[in-house]
Design a protein around this ligand. Sequence first.
Ligand code: PNS
Length: 165
Amino acid sequence: MKTVICPGSFDPVTMGHLDIIRRSAKMFDKVLVVVMTNYHKRNTYVFSADERVDLLKRCTRDMENVEVEQYDGLLAEYARQKNAVAVVKGLRAVSDFEYEFQMALANKKLYEGAETIFLAAGAEHMYLSSSLVKQVAGFGGDISHFVPECLLERINERLCRTARS
Ligand code: PNS
């Protein structure tokens, strides 16, 4: 049984994230989508960890081999606990690579079994990020192409409320 981990902040989940999760679910027996804390973003999250987990659960409920969890610790430690064969990360551009490569090497140093697999982002998602979603929605723009349809109302409502406060 090959288990992989799709980690991230998911603040909020985008169509780009969902594409990586879906493709991972086709390749491996089990995918653990895990909401974690990015040290550099920890004071800027708009959605609580519980909200991010809930959004992910809603948009992955049609994927039988996908589970969503939250973990507030090191990714390498989580990978060890779950006996995962790899961490799967999406790469959008060369600019993503330097940071992701550093993380992959550090995780491997912390836990020898923590392999990282990079999936090229789908061409239609190359430009997409959670911060772009927050920015567009904050100015009242249309984010319907950026987030899963079933979450649109909820994400919009939350981001508009945050922008007003
Ligand atoms: O979606 P993001 O913000 O790019 O995801 C980054 C994340 C949360 C996967 C990364 O920051 C992470 O692994 N955080 C958990 C703590 C950790 O293990 N940090 C890396 C140390 S080498």
